[in-house]
Structure formats: C-alpha cells, structure tokens
Design a protein around this ligand. Structure first.
Ligand code: H2U
Ligand code: ZN
Length: 338
C-alpha cells in the first residue's frame, strides 16, 4: 500500500507547472552538516549607525527625514533605472538581450529599528498596506512600468542588509519570470475550465483544512500542496482580486492581520526571529485588465528543522528538481499549533 505521508512521490505546482519531489522518509537521516548559532536579536529602538532610521544619513549622503510612520525612498543602489533607452540585441536567435527600464524603492515600515511585522500593531501594519497600495498604483501608472514586485528579505540568512523593518519594490518594464509563469497558468486554466485557478484552490484548501494554518474573513494562509521550502506558505485572498489596489478598506485590515499572525507563527516555530523572503504576486501594470490574476503572497523561509539547520537548493535540486523532506501537511500541522 502506498503511503502519501511516508513514501517518495512528486507533486505538481499548477501555478508554475513544475514538479517537486517529496521524500518524507528522509527526515530520519542523521545530520552532520553545518550548525549555525541563532543570532542574538536584541536591537535598540533607534540605531545611530542604521541607514534606515529617521534622521540618519544614507550611503551617498542623503539624510532621511524625521519620519513617524512609513517612509519610501528611491534605492541608492537601484538595479533598474528610469529612462533607460529602449534597445534590443539579437544574434542567431542565441544571443538575445533587451534594455530594461524601471525603478527600485525601499519602504521602511516604521521609524522603530527594533520592530518586525510580527511585533507591529495592526493599525501600523495597515499603514504599510496602504503604502504598498499607493506604490503599486503610482509606479504602475507609468507607461514604462509593466510589473511592480514588492518583496521583503527578513534576516541576514536571507540577505537582508539591515534588521530595520523594511521591504523593497522593483518595478520593471517586463513581467519577471515567476509571475510570468503564473500568468501563463492563470490564462490556460481560465481557457480550459472557465474559472480561476486560485479561487478553486482556495476553496479546496478551506474545505480540506489539512494545509491551512490560519484564516480571517478575507484571507487564508496555507502550506501549499506543492511547497518546496520546509515551512513555505501562501497567503490567498478569498475574493477574486487581481491586485492590492482592488482591496476594500476592510480587506486591507484583514491583510495586515494575517501578515502579523503568519509571521508571529514563524517566530514561535524555532523561538527565533524567523528569516524569510516574502513577496506579492499580482496583476501586471501593462495597461491590460488581466482579469485572470488572483493576488497572493508567497513566504519562502529557509529554516529546516531548527534555528541552526537550514535548507539550500543544491545538488539534485539545482540540477534536477526541488525536493522536500517533511510533507506540507506535517508542516501545516506544526504551524497551525503555534
Ligand atoms: P535589503 O535589506 O533587502 O538588501 O534592502 C535594503 C536596500 O537598501 C538595498 O537594496 C538599499 C540597498 O541597495 N540601500 C540604499 O538605498 N541606501 C543606503 O544607504 C543603503 C542601502
Ligand atoms: Zn534603523
């Protein structure tokens, strides 16, 4: 008899149309790899050496204002630049390149250096959501911008340069790889079934309950059936909304609520300030309606079995297919209990 909770199998991700190998029996194997010490996480409310704290100077000399809630500025080391001239290069169909205009910004969530999403008040987080909406709208209104990616790197392990609560926004002319894969799947699903892939998936997860870890009237948090990272989660809008700017006031509050609750669960899992990369996937801003899009967030945390053992995508995963040991159902059960 095949046991889905124990025996090797692969699972299909309908959003990217890629597979993940699930090998639950491997959790039994001994670990003699690298052990990292959990970082000591006590930070002051204000750090005179932090380039994101109010009133401090940034690299390049600009000084931050004495801001009191959220604060947005153009990234001093922007990966994309406004006004980049259109250019295309092609040789033999093998060497293909295009110029890419865009804008990169940094959003400080709070003037307080020592906060995290989990520790912020719901009213403060609502202001962060409002800031994301404003940024999505204003950047997206630029005819040069076809896609707005909002993302947060949390913790040095995930490459965050600074513990001050902040995220980045990279707005580009083209739709980047990950949302482009999802978009193709939304379109294909809609043509084939006449429904929305993520509306159907959200309903199914709520009905089954095995992989849900939290919910409020407008959002659900799940460990997706096809999760790659050990405690990967998705936050799904219950209503068919394509982007942040389509959320009602009540839905914005609900988004703030589920973000706080989800990150608080992570922090309790291994009793550390849990590292992750998270970000929104939403409808492109290329001028088309994109009714096929269903807005959602992905959390990709690297910690595997404790604060000292982390997952890397190496070996088989780099060369063949991502793989996970604990099942998404077991991961959801643990997060739900916290
Ligand atoms: P990360 O912690 O996710 O790296 O985000 C911080 C961003 O802040 C990073 O993209 C920018 C970096 O380029 N930055 C500035 O714009 N000005 C500075 O003075 C330092 C860092
Ligand atoms: Zn700071």
């Amino acid at each position: 008899m095949f046991d889905w909770s124990q025996d090797p199998h692969r699972r299909f991700n309908p959003l990217t149309r890629e597979w993940v190998l699930v090998s639950p029996h491997r959790t039994q194997r001994p670990w003699q790899g690298q052990m990292e010490k959990p970082a000591v996480e006590t930070q002051p409310e204000y750090d005179p050496g932090c380039y994101l704290c109010p009133g401090n100077a940034r690299a390049g000399g600009v000084r931050n204002p004495a801001y009191t809630s959220t604060f947005v500025f153009d990234n001093d080391f922007a990966a994309l630049k406004r006004g980049t001239t259109p250019e295309r290069f092609e040789e033999s169909g093998l060497l293909v390149a295009e110029s890419e205009p865009g804008t990169c910004r940094v959003v400080c969530f709070s003037p307080k250096h020592n906060l995290t999403i989990a520790g912020m008040e719901p009213a403060e987080l609502r202001l962060v959501v409002d800031t994301w909406v404003d940024q999505y709208r204003s950047l997206g209104a630029n005819p040069d911008i076809g896609y707005v990616q909002i993302f947060e790197n949390r913790g040095a392990m995930m490459g965050a340069s600074n513990p001050h609560p902040h995220c980045q926004i990279w707005a580009s002319r083209t739709v980047p790889n990950e949302p482009a894969k999802e978009q193709a799947s939304f379109v294909e699903w809609r043509q084939r079934k006449g429904t929305c892939l993520l509306c159907e998936y959200t309903k199914l997860e709520i009905a089954e309950g095995k992989r849900t870890l939290d919910a409020n009237p407008h959002f659900v948090a799940v460990v997706p059936f096809w999760a790659v990272w050990p405690f990967e989660t998705m936050v799904l809008a219950r209503r068919h909304v394509g982007s942040l700017d389509q959320l009602s006031g009540e839905e914005r509050d609900a988004l703030a609520d589920i973000l706080k609750r989800t990150t608080a669960r992570y922090d309790r899992l291994f009793e550390v300030s849990f590292p992750y990369s998270m970000g929104f996937h939403q409808r492109p801003t290329d001028g088309a309606a994109h009714d096929e899009w269903h807005m959602h967030l992905h959390f990709y945390p690297p910690l595997l079995r404790s604060a000292t053992v982390r997952k890397f995508l190496v070996g088989y995963e780099m060369l063949a297919t991502p793989q996970r040991d604990i099942t998404p159902e077991a991961a959801a059960e643990r997060l739900r209990a916290l």
